[in-house]
Structure formats: structure tokens, C-alpha cells
Ligand binder design. Structure first.
Ligand SMILES: [Zn+2]
Length: 726
């Protein structure tokens, strides 16, 4: 399928490989090229599996020259249900071929029905054997195994989890290739196989028993998203967001460059045909092709950030993804005071970093650079003591990648005086070339050198896409404020950490600057709602809690004119500070929330077992009657008795039947709140229904009864306040 390879540029990949392999790097690199990777697809009809498949093929096809051939083992074809940019084929098998043709890399991609001999196998879904890399995903969770632990794809569709599964899986394939060809001992970085790891792209937890995994909203609202730098990471973010079912909002894509052939080895969103096109335009096309309704709300800005910044209303910089590659551009962005900045970086050691800047709380983009500069200075001062050139000179040489002068070489030679540990540089040798050898680093030095292995920046881009979704819809789970992971190792929860601002930061360390930032943004979001309530209704004492309710409704897309789905109970459960009074005030007094009454005009409880409708005040007696009925069952049947006692953590020891029944009754009636008692009853009876116990005549309706109550949406005014368009 690959034919014209003339414009595919793998030079950087080869350079990076040479630095990764110790000793005779030429022989090492020769050994690890042209591998055949089988991608074996066990669950082709599953949407998450399809997302993972297309992303994995996309990444592997760009890993030339390590990968020479991809064999997609697809025992049975299925209808394609997910979007693949530029591909309009109807089945999964045809789409793999279509994707490969568009990427058009030197890697051959072909399809077979049954897996056969391969150098390395990436298994997608259930039924993996040992010795293969196996991945699965469900919702936000990505599961990767190299130890034979079964992985599978769940039905909760979420491209963040499934794209991350592809990235982690391909990283394991890369590690396996390195181990099998040059040997782990010859790799200048510590490689740890992932064994079996379930990684949450939602909250960066690893291997939790009961990880949080909320469903995506039906429509993801991106509100005001600005992506500065449509490169390996920024473009991967755009592509991941394009894979969502439905998206609204305004998206601005800013990049003054065009796609070049040397980008293709890590830009999963760019095809061979895009070489020469502006990156911002290609990114826009990906988004609009997937979501034609966004034609007028996705804007391409093929210009430098500074030009964009001059013309955009600075209030539109709500959420900025900074995926630029220079420190100067990052500082420019920070000085425009976006409300929130998401930032990603990768390095040659195999790390990626995802950072969220909520100005005034943690590290800002300027601090981040300051910290790094400190690190370089520290490193150079250590080096200075070893070779006798002063720190300042070395910092400068490191920045400019300057060549050693004859005079400098003589000074170093005199200083080390025959110390065999330190290689004296040659006159004219570039600082980074010498430093790498000297310190055994695989660091390629120059700030502009991007990592050529695609899975690293793409993982960062995918995680940032998750952060963009969370910003609006799951604010409680945004990265706080930094997550870093070395992809030659395994993801670790402890690397999700809060980083404090640099005490001497010229931007966030200045109280006047912090004040300016606060003033700019208090005209929107929660501060704007709080101000409005306090100013307009001075007697209202709970502006803060009411603003939390508005923020929640906004996050849930409960906008005017939409079908209201949010109920009282849901608000009370999800907003810890909310009370019924707050909701009442918002509806009746400050009028930021509109109440849509349920049928019949009152809230009611539907008693499913009796098929009767009851009103609020009846709740207590109904629950209690049902509990008595359950207790009867418990008294009758020893097995159910033991089962319920175990569920409630009651130690039955040598208690008599009646004592056990009383203990269970006491446990129910210790719950004073009727709503909560109803929930406890529901929980227990659902367990009984699901369990393999004899229920005789005691059948429990699935949720016992359902409760329908008022539903809420925000008013237009609330939305304007929240979005700062008062
Ligand atoms: Zn700072």
C-alpha cells in the first residue's frame, strides 16, 4: 500500500533511536528496524475497540523505521461506528485500509483473518495470551497488560479512554521491540513493563477497585476553547475532541506553520496529502468534517500567537491550550491572562507532562520556565566544577548549543588533567553532542527538538482533550495541577501532584498582577453570579451556595430552551453546598433558574411494585411498609437473612433469628432521613434481586419506585452572567 516514500522523513526517529541505544548504536538501530507488528482485533463491533484500533494503526504506521509492517488480524469485519478523519468506508476492515492509504507512510498495512507469526502483537480486547501486549478500555479507563491479564472493551463509549489505551499499548510495543532486539541493558533509559495497569484518564488514579468513571454528557460544550499550537499534541487534542458524539462551542486554532514532511512521524492528525497546508486549517477541517454544525464556530488562525492575541477579545481567552514549543510564546500567553491554561510538554527521556494553570493557585507558565531554568543552572554549576568553565558560560552554551572554542578546550584539558572519567571536547564540537556523551544523557538539548515517537505527545494531547471536557462538565476532576508519566515506565498515581508557584515568579509572584487577573475574571463564572446576587438582593445570605448550583447546572448543559433533565435530588447529591432553600431562592427570588414542573404539577414517587403514584409527604409510610415486607422475608428465609446481614455488615455470630431480624430493622431505622432510608432499601433489594437466592413470592421491583420531581434549567440571564456577557 505504501509506495511513494520520497517525502516521508524519518531522520529524526533514527537520530532519537541512535541516542536511545547504548554502545554500537548503528548496529543497535539496524537490529530494531522493520519489525512486523500484528494488531489483533477481538471486539471489532465495539466502539471503544474501534477507536483504539484506528488510533493504534495510526501511531504504528508513523513509527517507521522501527515498524516495517502492520498486520491487522480481523477474524470478522464489522460496521464502522466511529469517525475516522477523511475516511468514508463502511466497515472496520475497509477503514483500516483507507486510513493507511491516507497516512501513506513507508509502513505496509495489510489485513488477514487469523493472527499468524509476528515479531510483536498488540491485542485489542478479550482473549489475549501471554507474551502479547493487550489493551482494553471502558469510559475513561484504559487497561493495558503485558502479563496475560485479560483486558476487554466496555460499552461506555469515550474516546479519551480508548485513545489513551492505544497510546499506552503502542508504547508497550515499542518497549517490547527494544527489549527483544537491542536488549533492555543496552537502552539508555530505564524500561519497566506495564504488567497489568488500569489507568484512569479521568482522575489519574491507577488500579483502583472502584474507580470514578462518569459517562460523557450527550453534548460536550467546549464554550470558548483556544488551541495555541496545532502540533503533535495540540493536533492530537483536536482529533480526540472531533471523535466525540456531539460538540458545541467556539474553537479557535492558532498556528502560523504549515505541515511539513518531517511532522508526519508524530502528527496522527496529518496525512501525506496535508503537507504544505496550514496546520490551523487542517485542524479546522478535522473538526468540521466530524461535526458539520460547527462550520462557523471553528476558526482557523494561521498566524503567530501575537497577531491572534492582538485581535481576539481577551475575554474570549477562557480556556487556552498552550501547545507551543517556545518559552517566549508560553510567556506571551500567560501575560494575556487566560482564565485557565492547559499546557503539555514532552522530553527526550520519555516523559510527558500535563499541567493546568489556574492563575494565583499553583505554578503559572512563567514559573514553570523559571523552575526549568533553575534546573539547567544547577546542572551547569555541577558541570562547571568538573570541567572548569564557569557556570554562566555553560548555561549560555547549553541555550545556544554553541561549539567549543580552541581556548575553551585547552582550559578544560588543563582542568581535568588526564581524568579518564571526563572526555575533553574537540574544538568545534557542539555543546549538546559533547554533553550527551559526557553525561550519558539521551537529552537532545535544543528546546526546539520535538520527540519523534508519536505516542508521547499524542498521549499528552489526548489527556488534555479530557481536561477540556472536564473543565466544563466535571470541574471536580481536573488535573491538580500536574501529571507526569514516563512512557518507558508505568503510570503512577503519585505523579499527579500540585506544584506550587515559584516564589520569585515575575508574573504570579506579583500581587498587582494577581489582582489584575482576578478583576478581569470576576466578571464571569461563579464570582459574577455571587456579585450579582449580593448586589441585587443584599438580604440574600447564600450567594456562594447558589452560585455553586448555577455552576453545576451550567456544567450539566441545563441551558434555556433545552429539555430539562436535572432534578432536585440530582442537584442535592452533586453539589455539597446546595440546599432546597438555595434552589428555591434561585427560582423565586433571584430568577437565575427556571423550574419546570413535572406532570401533574407536583413531585411524586412512583411505587413500581404497586403501580401507584404517591406524593412527597407519603414517603415515610411507603418506605416503612416496604421495609417491613423485607423483614418478613428475612425472618422466613435463612439464606436471605444471612445475605442481608452480610450486606449490612452485621455480625450474626450466635444470634437467634429474631435477634438478627431486629438488628436488620434497627439498621434501617437508624437512618432518619426518609430519602436516605429509601435509598438503603433500594440498594439492599437490588442486591437481593441480582443475587442467586430463592426469592419465593418476594419479588422486588427493580428500583422499588421511582421519584420524579421538578426539573431545572438556567435562565438566559444566568448563562450571560456565567459566561461574562452581561
Ligand atoms: Zn508564576
Amino acid at each position: 500500500m505504501a509506495s511513494d516514500t520520497s517525502s516521508w522523513d524519518s531522520d529524526r526517529t533514527e537520530t532519537a533511536l541512535a541516542f536511545l541505544v547504548d554502545g554500537d548504536s548503528e548496529a543497535g538501530v539496524a537490529a530494531l528496524v522493520d519489525r512486523r507488528v500484528t494488531v489483533s482485533v477481538a471486539e471489532p463491533a465495539n466502539e471503544n475497540c474501534q477507536h483504539t484500533l484506528f488510533t493504534a494503526v495510526n501511531l504504528l504506521a508513523r513509527l517507521h523505521p522501527v515498524v516495517g509492517e502492520i498486520v491487522v488480524a480481523l477474524p470478522r469485519d464489522a460496521d464502522r461506528k466511529v469517525h475516522v478523519p477523511g475516511v468514508d468506508a463502511g466497515t472496520v476492515g475497509e477503514s483500516v485500509a483507507g486510513l493507511a492509504a491516507l497516512i501513506n507512510s513507508p509502513v505496509t498495512v495489510r489485513r488477514i483473518e487469523e493472527p499468524n507469526a509476528a515479531d510483536t502483537t498488540l491485542h485489542l480486547g478479550s482473549g489475549a495470551t501471554d507474551e502479547t501486549v493487550s489493551v482494553g478500555s471502558d469510559g475513561w479507563l484504559a487497561h493495558v497488560a503485558t502479563d496475560g491479564t485479560p483486558t476487554s472493551f466496555g460499552r461506555q463509549v469515550n474516546p479519551i479512554g480508548s485513545y489513551a489505551a492505544a497510546c499506552l499499548g503502542v508504547a508497550e510495543v515499542f518497549k517490547a521491540v527494544l527489549r527483544e532486539t537491542v536488549g533492555a541493558e543496552n537502552v539508555r533509559a530505564r524500561m519497566t513493563p506495564i504488567e497489568s495497569t488500569e489507568f484512569s484518564t479521568y482522575d489519574y488514579t491507577v488500579d483502583r477497585d472502584d474507580p470514578a468513571n462518569p459517562e460523557l454528557p450527550g453534548v460536550v460544550n467546549l464554550h470558548n476553547l483556544n488551541v495555541i499550537g496545532v502540533g503533535a499534541g495540540g493536533g492530537a487534542l483536536v482529533q480526540t475532541l472531533s471523535a466525540l458524539n456531539a460538540v458545541t462551542g467556539t474553537i479557535r486554532l492558532v498556528d502560523s506553520d504549515e505541515v511539513s514532511a518531517s511532522n508526519l512521524n508524530r502528527y496522527i492528525w496529518a496525512y501525506r496529502r496535508d503537507v504544505g497546508s496550514m496546520k490551523a486549517e487542517v485542524g479546522k477541517q478535522i473538526m468540521v468534517d466530524a461535526h458539520p454544525a460547527l462550520t462557523f464556530s471553528v476558526k482557523a488562525h494561521p498566524e503567530p500567537y501575537i497577531a491572534f492575541s492582538d485581535q481576539v477579545d481577551s475575554d474570549a481567552l477562557d480556556l487556552v491550550v498552550s501547545a507551543v514549543d517556545t518559552v517566549r510564546a508560553r510567556k506571551q500567553i500567560q501575560w494575556d491572562f487566560p482564565k485557565t491554561i492547559l499546557d503539555a510538554a514532552t522530553n527526550q527521556q520519555g516523559d510527558y507532562v500535563v499541567l493546568r494553570v489556574a492563575f494565583g493557585e499553583g505554578q503559572c507558565l512563567a514559573c514553570k520556565h523559571q523552575g526549568r531554568q533553575d534546573g539547567v543552572t544547577r546542572e551547569m554549576s555541577v558541570l562547571s566544577e568538573q570541567i572548569g568553565l564557569d557556570t554562566e558560560t555553560l548555561v549560555q552554551m547549553n541555550t545556544d548549543n554553541a561549539a567549543f572554542t580552541r581556548e575553551q578546550v585547552e582550559r578544560v584539558a588543563a582542568f581535568v588533567d588526564g581524568d579518564a572519567e571526563i572526555a575533553v571536547p574537540e574544538p568545534g564540537e557542539r555543546f549538546s553532542d559533547w554533553f550527551r556523551l559526557h553525561c550519558g544523557h539521551i537529552d537532545l538539548g535544543g528546546a526546539n527538538m520535538e520527540v519523534p515517537v508519536p505516542f508521547l505527545p499524542v498521549t499528552a494531547g489526548v489527556l488534555l482533550a479530557g481536561e477540556v471536557i472536564k473543565q466544563r462538565h466535571f470541574p471536580e476532576a481536573v488535573v491538580d495541577n500536574r501529571f507526569t508519566h514516563n512512557m518507558l515506565g508505568v503510570p503512577v498515581e503519585g505523579m499527579h501532584r500540585f506544584t506550587k508557584p515559584h516564589p520569585d515568579c515575575e508574573v504570579c509572584g506579583d500581587p498587582d498582577t494577581v489582582k489584575r487577573h482576578e478583576e478581569k475574571w470576576e466578571t464571569s463564572g461563579k464570582p459574577a453570579v455571587i456579585n450579582y446576587i449580593n448586589e441585587t438582593y443584599p438580604a440574600n445570605r447564600s450567594a456562594e451556595g447558589q452560585a455553586d448550583v448555577v455552576a453545576y447546572l451550567y456544567g450539566q448543559n441545563a441551558l434555556p430552551g433545552t429539555d430539562p433533565e436535572i432534578r432536585t435530588r440530582q442537584i442535592l447529591e452533586n453539589v455539597p453546598t446546595a440546599t432546597r432553600t438555595h434552589i428555591g431562592n434561585l427560582v423565586n427570588e433571584v430568577e437565575l433558574v427556571e423550574k419546570h414542573e413535572s406532570q401533574g404539577g407536583r413531585s411524586y414517587i412512583f411505587h413500581e411494585r404497586k403501580e401507584e403514584r404517591h406524593y412527597d409527604e407519603d414517603l415515610g409510610p411507603i418506605v416503612d411498609e416496604e421495609i417491613e415486607r423485607l423483614l418478613e422475608h428475612v425472618a422466613d428465609d435463612a439464606e436471605v437473612r444471612r445475605f442481608v446481614a452480610a450486606l449490612l455488615d452485621i455480625d450474626v455470630g450466635d444470634l437467634e433469628t429474631e435477634e438478627i431480624v431486629e438488628a436488620i430493622r434497627a439498621r434501617f431505622f437508624a437512618v432518619e432521613d426518609e430519602d436516605e432510608r429509601m435509598e438503603l432499601f433500594d440498594e439492599i433489594t437490588q442486591e437481593i434481586e441480582a443475587a442467586d437466592v430463592d426469592k419465593e413470592e418476594y419479588e422486588y421491583a427493580p428500583i422499588g419506585w421511582r421519584r420524579s420531581s421538578n426539573r431545572y434549567t438556567l435562565t438566559k440571564q444566568a448563562v450571560n452572567l456565567y459566561e461574562g456577557e452581561r
